[in-house]
Ligand binder design. Sequence first.
Ligand code: GLV
Ligand code: GLV
Length: 328
Amino acid sequence: STPRFLVTMPLPDPAHSILSRAGSVEVWRDDVHPQNLSHAVASGDYSVVLTQLTDLLDVEVLASARLDGISNYAVGFDNIDIAAATARGIMVANTPGVLTAPTADIAMLLILATARRCVEGDSLVRSGSFAGWRPDLLLGHDVAGASLGLIGTGRIAAATGRRAAGFDMEVRHCSARGPRDTVRAGDHAVSLGTRLSFDELIETSDFISVHVPATPSTHHLIDSAALSRMRRNAILVNTARGPVVDEEALVHALRNGQIGGAGLDVYENEPHITPGLAQLRNTVLLPHLGSATIAVRARMAELCAVNAVAMARREVPPHPVNPEAWHV
Ligand code: GLV
Ligand code: GLV
């Protein structure tokens, strides 16, 4: 039978042309979304659903799901209970690779913007308060010569390390996943810099940038204990997933001058922002823009659609998350 695709939010070209060549396509608008998702995936009406990171496919939703596949329009897939999908023989695919560079760009941007007080400066000019050059106006911190601790050993961590090296930062990394995690070879390992333990890294880095997925083992990896061990000038950057950082503890640490600042692109309870965070001067806050370039979103759309078409044919897609689901 002809594959039927459900797309929970309109995707950029060429997603829809790829999907409609392979089957029929239903696209939801914002007003339908998201309360009907669990009903839709249980209906048996769709072969593959193309989801957003804001679509929660947890164990309860998946318990009654009748689907061949879930094609997530993201590299992260913490919105999907992978074990529950696998148990039901539902394949999951994601869109890695194409968003590595723009996400690392945002990490670097947050490093520079927090260090050099970019948002405070912009507000000063816009508010009409810029009264001319002064020796003491908005002094920040040097990036050149400072150390950058990468938490994580993946593609985005390595791409951030490459950028930071270009700004003459001293790059080091740790793995959040324990001693069994191995750093990928070649250029990748080089751009991650020296390997430290998690404790050494958070205690000695001027900048700390988070590049691990949200999993039970990384939940609140940066908690009040970790924040209290950081340098007083330390700047925390997170372009990965909000729940890796205890956001209340972060607000507390920033308020009390325990650390120097934070640059965030992701939040613990998106789009809710922990009270106090937005009132602090030493934060730079972006609305989850890591992959948000025109070209990259189009490449993600293509990958997402190609993954979906493969799964609808019960083939292993180009970027499977749980290929074992096919053998269930
Ligand atoms: C965005 O956060 C993604 O996971 O692609
Ligand atoms: C995600 O794509 C990563 O490997 O960092």
